[in-house]
Design a protein around this ligand. Structure first.
Ligand code: GLC
Length: 496
């Protein structure tokens, strides 16, 4: 009899958990910030609409237009309401400081400050998991941000000592750095919340998700700390993986095209230097959604000319955005319209092929999928265990807002009844795979491993959380935790 999913989950957790110490370290950059989280229930949204005196017709027009940037407070309300109506998460950049200040003053006063940005979120997650070393990059360090880093000693930042040598210090202790604070305004919106505006608008929010409004000049320049850049050799040789993100925050209007290219190249140069310093290092790009095509076009034009990354992490939306700039706009549109698993999977393999990736990790609600090439150094079974581990850690974070090493694996697993109720996304994946000549549907359902168009396909049904405390940052947690687990298991295997 093959192992059930719940048995496999338990086994995977024990094995990864015991061996995370085998990871030498992981470095994460570039975007770290403070998130201000507002739970925007419908009453609050309606209150804001009244306060700003927005009429329902002009609001609806703005939602349909889906501008993707915030030039004035009304644009913020349009983005927020659009996410509420469609249940899709978005991040829009605020274009001027006055609008940012206005929103800060006019959004509800009760908010929670949390660690934000891919780098910040992943750094805290990996640090809590107990890796030996987690190196984080942040180009600002106001007190509000310092306080949000875990206190664990394994978390460090590269800084210069008196002799301008790069040394590692806990971010709470770092002094000499830009202390400007720019809060990312995150509105969490809740599934099944209903809203009625005027006579004609009535929506029920279909999915827990969030709308982010960002004004963050240091991250908009994709500034790299000198100590991170000059210390890249030391960083690469002290770690097993570097995970980078932050391109989505580039302000193309302020910087202009040439500067944007320069900023992107500066990051790509880092990846090259890291690989030279440590050829075994795994370089992972974590994507974050952007409507700004200029960034995507420039970034992916460069990524198609040379190999900079081993691996990419994304959700369906980010996948579609990439496809739209690498000559696959038909597929991109189809996925954006309705992310059917067949299209999504084809999209993943196209991205792997066109960018010569060894690995792509797609995190969807209900299903995590990794595609790897045969030369990826981590075997399928270990990737599968890592995905299950990440699913448990992320479910705990969704439930409690925190990552802690002591989690109740049994109750998390039984809450989903994973064996009798496979998730919808996973079931859909299994169904479409029956069309593949070399895949046995029943076998895949219980195993989650197959060969797909020349790639290894590893997929798991995930632990679902009905009422997450926060949705922001869950994708980053999934990606970073999976990678850490993969590295730990690979080291275990090579030690044996
Ligand atoms: C984006 C946002 C940041 C948020 C993160 C979560 O980077 O700018 O505020 O914390 O996404 O994934």
């Amino acid at each position: 009899m093959s192992t059930t999913w719940s048995e496999f989950y338990k086994l995977a957790f024990q094995e990864v958990f015991k061996n995370l110490k085998l990871v030498n370290g992981i470095a994460v950059g570039l975007n770290t910030n403070v998130d201000a989280i507002y739970h925007m229930r419908s009453e609050r949204i309606v209150e804001l609409i009244h306060k700003l005196d927005i009429d329902s017709v002009s609001l609806y027009k703005k939602i349909v237009k889906w501008k993707g940037i915030i030039e004035e407070p009304d644009d913020y309300v349009a983005g927020l309401c659009g996410c509420f109506e469609k249940g899709k998460a978005s991040e829009w950049l605020i274009q001027n400081e006055d609008t940012y200040n206005f929103l800060l003053e006019n959004l509800p006063i009760d908010r929670t400050l949390r660690m934000g940005g891919q780098a910040g979120i992943m750094a805290n997650a990996l640090s809590e998991l107990g890796l030996r070393k987690v190196i984080v990059h942040s180009n600002t360090l106001p007190n509000e941000l310092k306080k949000l880093f875990t206190r664990n000693k394994n978390l460090v930042m590269p800084v210069f000592n008196k002799n301008r040598e790069v040394v590692f210090t806990h971010p709470r202790k770092v002094k000499t750095i830009d202390d400007r604070l720019y809060l990312h305004l995150i509105s969490e919106i809740h599934k099944n919340d209903g809203i009625k505006i005027g006579a004609s608008i009535e929506w029920i929010c279909p999915k827990n998700n969030r709308f982010i409004a960002t004004f963050d000049p240091p991250n908009a320049e994709l500034k790299i700390l000198d100590s991170f850049r000059e210390g890249i050799e030391l960083i690469a040789t002290s770690t097993d993986a570097i995970i980078l993100s932050g391109f989505h925050l580039l302000n193309t209007t302020e910087l202009g095209l040439e500067k944007v290219k320069e900023r992107i190249m500066a990051v790509l140069k880092l990846t090259k230097q890291a690989k030279i310093s440590n050829p075994n290092i795994l370089l992972h790009l974590e994507l974050s959604s952007t409507k700004n095509n200029v960034i995507l076009l420039e970034l992916f034009k460069l990524l198609r000319k040379d190999v900079y990354w081993d691996s990419i992490g994304c959700n369906e939306r980010e996948l579609a955005e990439v496809l739209s700039v690498i000559g696959e706009s038909k597929l991109a549109k189809e996925i954006s319209r309705e992310p059917f698993q067949k299209k999504v999977l084809d999209g993943c393999s196209k991205v792997c092929q066109k960018l010569s990736l060894k690995r792509l990790h797609l995190h969807q609600f209900g299903c995590y999928t990794v595609l790897t090439k045969d030369d990826y150094s981590i075997p399928n079974e270990l990737v599968k265990k890592s995905l299950c581990f990440a699913s448990l850690i992320t479910a705990q974070k969704a439930n409690t807002g925190k990552i802690k090493r002591d989690l109740d694996v049994d109750s998390l697993i039984s809450s989903t009844r994973i064996d009798s109720h496979l998730t919808k996304a996973y079931k859909e994946l299994v169904t479409i795979l029956k069309e593949e000549p070399d895949i046995n549907e029943d076998e895949f359902r219980t195993l989650g491993i197959a060969k797909y168009h020349g790639f290894n396909l590893i997929s798991v049904p995930t632990i679902l959380v009905d009422k997450p405390k926060f949705t922001v940052g869950l994708g980053d947690t999934i990606s970073s935790t999976t990678l850490a687990a993969e590295i730990a298991l690979k080291k275990l295997q090579s030690n044996n």
